[in-house]
Design a protein around this ligand. Structure first.
Ligand code: RB5
Length: 150
C-alpha cells in the first residue's frame, strides 16, 4: 500500500518510528513532514496528506499530533477525506468497516508507539463493509457545506 504520513513537532519521533514500521511491513511511505523538532502547525501536514489522498497518489494517510484531535479536525475539512481518531484496535477496525476511514489519526502524547502499531496493523487490512454504510457516506460526501436540516 502507498501511505502518506504526517505529523507536527509533538509527534516527530512517533512519525519516524511508525514510518520505519510501515516500511518494514512492505508499504511505500511518503513522509509529508514535519522533518524537525521546531514548533510547527498541524493543519499544514493534515493538508499535505489530505491532498495526496485527493490526488490519488496514496491509498491511505496516517496523521499524528499531540492528541490526534487537531489532525482529525483539519483533515476532515478536505473533500473525500474520512479521518478517524482511534485509540483502540476496535475503533480502528470499526472505522474501516463502517466509515471507510482513509486517514488514521493518532496522538503521540496519549498513546505509546507500541499501541499505535497495534492499532495501525488491523486498520490497514480491514475492509469496508459497504452496503448500508455506503448510503451514509454518500450523505456525508454530498453535503460538503454542512447544511443540515434540523
Ligand atoms: C501541539 O502543541 C498540539 O496542540 C498538537 O500537537 C495537537 O495535539 C493538536 O490537536
Amino acid at each position: 500500500m502507498n501511505i502518506a504520513i504526517g505529523s507536527d513537532h509533538a509527534a516527530l519521533e512517533a512519525k519516524t518510528e511508525i514510518a520505519k514500521f510501515l516500511k518494514l511491513a512492505g508499504h511505500t511511505v511518503v513522509d509529508e513532514g514535519t522533518y524537525t523538532s521546531e514548533s510547527t502547525d498541524y493543519p499544514d501536514y493534515a493538508a499535505q496528506v489530505s491532498r495526496a489522498l485527493q490526488k490519488g497518489s496514496v491509498d491511505r494517510g496516517i496523521l499524528i499530533c499531540g492528541t490526534g484531535i487537531g489532525m482529525s479536525i483539519a483533515a476532515n475539512r478536505f473533500s473525500g477525506v474520512r479521518a478517524a481518531l482511534c485509540f483502540t484496535k476496535d475503533l480502528a477496525i470499526l472505522s474501516r468497516e463502517h466509515n471507510d476511514a482513509n486517514v488514521l489519526c493518532l496522538g503521540a502524547r496519549t498513546q505509546s508507539i507500541e499501541s499505535m502499531k497495534h492499532i495501525i496493523e488491523p486498520w490497514l487490512v480491514t475492509e469496508w463493509e459497504g452496503d448500508r454504510h455506503a448510503r451514509r457516506l454518500q450523505k456525508i460526501e454530498s453535503n460538503p457545506g454542512g447544511q443540515h436540516a434540523d
